[in-house]
Each structure stands twice: as C-alpha cells, then as structure tokens.
Design a protein around this ligand. Structure first.
Ligand code: NOJ
Length: 566
C-alpha cells in the first residue's frame, strides 16, 4: 500500500528575508554586512520566524547588487568573511532558525572565471555559456545582427557582442550577467557540487533565482514579437523549457534535497499555477514551492511593469484563490507580497498615509498569512515600511530602474511619467536601509548609506515598532504564532467567499470540524459586511482584529480572524 505523503517541516514555517545591503551596517561603509545581521539576530528570532533567507553575499562586482556572482564560494568582502558566515550560521542555528541561501545559477557574473575562460573560443568552457554567431546575412556587431530577437529583462537586446571572438553571448538580465548553458552536463555538475559544499557549510536550503529560465527551448530561435515592440519576450522560448522537470529532479538527487529535507523555493517568471503544481508536486522530488509573479502583475499596464494600472481587488483575491486551489493537497504555495524586487505593499496596494498606514499594513499581513502555504516576511515589512518616496532619478541605484529611465525617456515618454512609474514600482522602494531607531541615518550606518533612508524613518523605525504593543510588528508576531499553533491555518482547505466584492476580502480555512474565517476591509472607507452570507459566528472566538463589537460594519482597513469550533 502507498504510504501517505508526510508534511514537510516547513508546512508550519514562516520565512524572513534579509537583503544584506540594507539590513544593518557594522563597519560604517554605508552597506549592510554579515556582522550587522549577527548583531540583530535576537530581533529576527523574536518575531517568531523559523527560516531566514539571505539574498546573495557571494563575491560579486555588484552590477545587480550581488545577483551577478563572480565566485560562488567566496563571501564578498563588502559583506564580510567566511568566518563571519560561519558565525552567522551558528548564531541562527543556536536560536532554532534555519538558513536559506540565494542560489543564482541561471547566470553568473561576466567576471566569473568560468565566463572569463569561456571568452576564448578554443576553451573547453566555451560551451558553458550560450555563444552564437551573428544572424545570417548581417555584419557582426551591427544593429539587427543579434542571433535572436530576444529582449533582456533589464532593457535592450539579450545578446552582447564580443569583438574579440566575433560572437555574441546571451544575457537575459544585464550584459554583466551571462546565462549559463544548462544543456551542458559539466555546468550542472559544477552547480550541484557547489550546492553540496554550501550544505556542508550548514545551509538548510536554497531560494533559486529565476530557476525556470535554466531550461530554454533549443535551438535558441526568434520568438514572437508584439507589434511595436523592439524585442521578443515569448515565454515558450526562454522559460519553462522542455528539460525543466528533468533538471530539477537531477539537482534534487545530486544534492539530496528531499533526502536531506532541504528547503527549496524556485523563483519562476511567467509560471502558471498549473506548471507550479507540477514543479511542487509532493509525489516527486522537485521543489518545495515556487515564487509566482502572477499576482504581482495585476497592477501593470500592457507594457512594462512601470506602466501603472490601479489594482482591482477581485483580480488579486481570485488569483490567489486559483493558486490555492490548483496547488491544493498535491503542491505547496509560497505566500508573498514583498521582497527586494517588489515595492512596499502598504504603499502599493494599501494606504501609507499617517492616518491609515498601520491598519493597512496589518490588514495586508492578515490576508496573506491566513492563506495556505509558506508566508514570507521581507525585512521592514514587519514594521510597515513604505515606498522610498524618491522624486529624482539621482536618488535611484537599481540597474533596472536606471535602464528603464534611460530607455523610456529616450523613447519620448515624459520624464514625469517615468518618475511616477518608478516612484510606485522601482525595486529601490524595498531596498532603502532599515531604520533601527530615530537617530542619524536611523542607526543603520555610521557612514553614508548606499541608498537614502525613507523620509519617514524618524517615525517608521524598529525602535518605535518595538514600543507599539498594538503595532504592525506585534501583529506579525501574533500571525506567526497563530500559524504555529493552529493546524487549520497550516493545512485547512481554502475557500474564497464574496469573490467579486471590491472592498472585502473574505475567506475560510477548514480542517475537519475547525474553521477559520477571515473578514477584511481592504479600503480606507467603512465597509458593511453581508453577515447573512458568512458562516454562523454565534459561537466563534475572535482571534485577531476588531474590538469584539458587531461585525456588520468594519472600520477602514479592519481585518478580523474568527475561529469556529464545530
Ligand atoms: C531575480 C532577483 O530577485 C533579482 O533581484 C535579480 O535582478 C534577477 N533575478 C536576476 O538575477
């Protein structure tokens, strides 16, 4: 008889993401570092989380803030030493926290020794990357001669011309991030060996950067181009290629991912719930969960993500519900609204005015954390940090934002329109340093921070959050504790109620005779609740939110969680 599949250890876990550059600077150079993180481990542990995901700290020219790795097995001196890393692992494990490292293996830096060797056409490393001659009939290096019409996610063509060898290499991100050729078994073996060495150093899992780009449709060929667009982003060509499942299973076996119960989350661009179910199916040794982008693209126009469109709440509710249903019992969801690539949720979908910021941040936390899956808290989200509020291009550092500004203004988009897009969507919104207190530079650094702090750091800071017993951080602590305590939150079936309601977000979680009901007013206005359409709440216990008063009218951004025991 088949054994029922046991639940993995992370089915009741909550992850906290640290973006090292912006967390805490111990040496006054303006950039956060490992010793800075070590000094704040009690703060992280007190939140109640189980896992820390660390964005890249490997040796890197920092063209894309460390997502361009020059040596997978060295710590960048900007962040510290291998000794600091060992201290960090020990400090986390002592506190019962696991460590998940970023694994960036769709591409390396162009300064990685593999790529440096690969520049020589005679080198055995040539086949480690995607090198191609110019398009037939074109003079190499001239416009239109790129081997395919693919665009880079950071603007321009995805091909860079290398004069020395007369060929082009593929880079789906910046030209300093050449894509590795996963068709080559030597590449795969080198990556798995490197992963194994990190596991031996104490790492408990991996967050896999754009992992569904590693299998591309071969041969690399022109994709469909939308009218008026200079490049193609045809998903079938660049993502979820035919060998995706094979590569994941091979990696899983080579690194002992399932055997060692390693935590894995694969970041997957342009991935549907149906595909995610295949990748995360518990019946197969592939991935623990994936990061989808679907729900993060509901507020963008037909062009780039910087083309703004207001969020229609039913779109978001039904999208998350679809993922809940599709991944159901077989797969597993990750739950996130923020990370180092996404703006702050309270500014993006909520209300960051002084009047509503706290309630809105709490409401967005409640709805996310009560879904089924593994919730992620991005540093600063737990204190309700807002977008950066930058108004000038000089304030930005992010390569994607700077490239977009250059391309869009050159194409004639008015500067004010471009800046408005960046103000809401730039990745720098989430990258401003953590203000630990109200002092100079928020106590983040003794020096000059690499990116300006938020203008509201005097009020929105950790010290203030710790003092507020009913604040955003205390709310996160309760949500995390509830997930640990209640099986119905970990495992209960998800059902969305009132899907078309434009203000209310209402759903239940059900496990045998227990039911949790979430009723949230996701607006800055009073909302009346059609109580007759909700489960009977006569014997319900109010777990979170509200004053216990009648549920018929919810205050702006009020979110309540009830427990009904049958
Ligand atoms: C996704 C990462 O989260 C992002 O920060 C990075 O720029 C790209 N992948 C390329 O590595």
């Amino acid at each position: 008889m088949e054994q029922p599949l046991s639940d993995p250890w992370w089915s009741d876990a909550v992850v906290y993401q640290i973006y090292p550059r912006s967390f805490c600077d111990s040496n006054g150079d303006g950039v956060g570092d490992l010793q800075g993180i070590i000094s704040k481990l009690d703060y992280v542990a007190d939140l109640g989380v189980d896992v820390v995901w660390l964005s890249p700290i490997y040796a890197s020219p920092q063209d894309d803030n460390g997502y361009d790795i020059a040596d997978y097995e060295e710590i960048d001196p900007l962040f510290g030493t291998m000794g600091d890393f060992e201290e960090l692992v020990a400090g986390l494990h002592r506190r019962g926290l696991k460590l998940v490292m970023d694994l960036v293996v769709n591409h390396t830096s162009d300064e990685h020794s593999w790529f440096q060797s690969s520049r020589d056409p005679q080198s055995p490393k040539r086949e480690w990357y995607h090198w191609r001659p110019a398009r037939e009939g074109f003079e190499p290096g001239t416009p239109g001669a790129e081997p395919t019409n693919w665009g880079s996610f950071f603007g321009g063509s995805a091909w860079a011309y290398d004069e020395a060898s007369g060929e082009y290499y593929l880079h789906l991100f910046s030209r300093k991030q050449p894509d590795l050729n996963w068709e080559n078994p030597e590449v795969r073996e080198a990556v798995y060996a490197m992963m194994n060495r990190w596991v031996e150093r104490g790492v408990d899992g991996f967050r896999m950067d754009v992992i569904n780009l590693i299998s591309k449709t071969m041969p690399l060929a022109d994709g469909h181009q939308r009218p008026g667009e200079p490049y193609s982003f045809e998903v079938e060509r660049v993502a979820n290629g035919p060998r995706m499942v094979e590569f994941l299973e091979e990696m899983n076996a080579a690194v002992g991912i399932d055997a060692r119960q390693l935590f894995t989350v694969g970041e997957m661009v342009m991935c549907t719930a149906e595909q995610a179910r295949i990748y995360t199916s518990r019946a197969h040794p592939r991935l623990g969960m994936v990061f989808t982008f679907e729900h993060m693209s509901l507020d963008q126009g037909p062009g780039s993500k910087f083309e703004l469109k207001p969020l229609h709440l039913p779109d978001l509710k039904t999208n998350l519900a679809h993922w809940q249903e599709q991944l159901g019992e077989e797969g597993w969801n990750s739950l996130y609204f923020e990370n180092h690539d996404q703006p702050r949720v309270v500014s993006r979908f909520g209300d960051d005015s002084p009047e509503h910021r706290v309630a809105a941040a709490k409401a967005w936390a409640t709805v996310l954390h009560l879904h089924r899956g593994t919730p992620y808290v991005y540093q600063g989200q737990e204190i309700g940090m807002t977008n950066a509020g930058f108004t000038r291009i000089k304030q930005y550092r992010d390569i994607e934002s700077l490239n977009y500004f250059a391309d869009a203004t050159a194409a004639g988009v008015p500067e004010q329109t471009v800046l408005a897009g960046l103000a809401l969507k730039s990745r720098d919104n989430a990258r401003t340093p953590i203000p630990w207190g109200a002092g100079p530079q928020g106590g983040f650094t003794r020096g000059t921070p690499w990116l300006p702090l938020n203008a509201n750091a005097d009020t929105v800071n950790v010290q203030a959050a710790l003092a507020a017993s009913d604040g955003v951080r205390a709310h996160y602590q309760r949500l995390i504790a509830l997930r640990h305590e209640l099986e119905v939150i970990q495992k209960g079936r998800f059902d969305l109620l009132l899907p078309e309601d434009p203000k209310l977000w209402v759903f239940t979680r059900t496990l045998t005779s227990e039911q949790v009901l979430v009723v949230a007013n996701m607006s800055a206005h009073l909302a009346s609740v059609p109580v007759q359409q909700l489960p009977d709440l006569r014997d319900a216990e109010l777990l979170l939110g509200g004053s216990g008063a009648d549920i018929q009218t919810l205050e702006p951004w009020e979110a309540r969680v009830y427990l009904v025991r049958g």
